[in-house]
Ligand binder design. Sequence first.
Ligand code: GLV
Ligand code: MN
Ligand code: MN
Length: 419
Amino acid sequence: MTQRQNLKIDGERLWGELMETARFGGTAKGGICRLTLSDEDRRVRDWFKARAEALGCTVTIDSMGAMFARRNGQRDIPPIAMGSHLDTQPTGGKFDGVLGVLGALEALRTLVEAGYETFAPIEVVNWTNEEGARFAPAMVSSGVFAGAFDHDWAASRQDRAGVAFGDALAAIGYRGAEPCGHHPLSGFFELHIEQGPVLELEGKDIGIVTGIQGIRWFEITVRGEERHSGTTPMPVRRNALLGAARLVERVNAIALARPPLAVGTVGLLEVKPNSPNVVPGEVFFTVDFRHPDAATLASMEEDLTAAGFTLADESGLTVELRKILDMPPVSFDPDCIACVREGAATAGLSAREIVAGAGHDAGYVARVAPSAMVFVPCRDGISHNEAEFSTNEQCAAGAQVLLQAVLNFDRRLAERHQR
Ligand code: GLV
Ligand code: MN
Ligand code: MN
């Protein structure tokens, strides 16, 4: 049997599949619009299932639509999983999430072609709705999988058109029979583009991801009164958009007050009735706060809540604030991190440790299985943008380290069982 260190993924084949699947939802500017549970998502899922089955894998789908493609190992123990997500932002790039699933598929195919028998079964996972662009919050299926979200709450989340997650999932034919979370894993590894500038700036090939910064998401509804724009004097107006604008400014200020790491974003805002000559009566918007330190993140939330109360007191508007995502900072498993570090060394690649700025499914999976991540650089650190780009060589390097990390972990499992 081929030595584990000598197994080599095929970078050209991986690149070909990245470009092939980028057609499902491909945009004129070279990105992808593949919102979760859309028809484009169904098509890429069908593609993934067919490819995995062609490799001899059994594909299981859980009740949140997560897909697990399994290749058996020597022992019938919980699998080592690797994967990420195939859904994208509305103006997403070709690599965010997709590299983690297709890189994992390429790693698995390398094992199949070499006839390499692992100790544990190996699985490739496609988590549902990592992005949170269509249904908030983000990372919802891995969150339910890890017990962070209630299953029925998650399934009842609605998109902006009022379609429930559970109905959209059934409509594309991917509501599986396995109850979400009833799928023990021995370990989980996620390959991803960095989505920031650090690796590129330092000329490093690989990021050994040691953790993820904390994330909190809020939904805010500001309510005032719809009135005629021509006849309603300024002093008597209760303009919901004006109130929301003040809070949007506060979100920015709250982050700026905690340099250099705090970030705060309002990325979605809806005005009702959205007519030029009606004083806005209701505004819905989202807030995304992130920081590596849990206490700082909590203080950002306190400031936001206080700003909501102040606005309501001063303006006669009502302000409703709901927290829909609260992911504390994550520290990955030291053993899994070591497997990634050794994997980069085996592949002869330069590497540094890094904390993820973006959210990732591995952050939730880490609650129920030892986990870690592999990062590769992306051009100018740009992501959530159609211009997002990593080279063929960078993607291949990441998939190679992913494969080695999984095999390192597999060997550790075998040793533990033999003791
Ligand atoms: C996922 O894309 C996130 O970091 O929000
Ligand atoms: Mn992602
Ligand atoms: Mn993303």
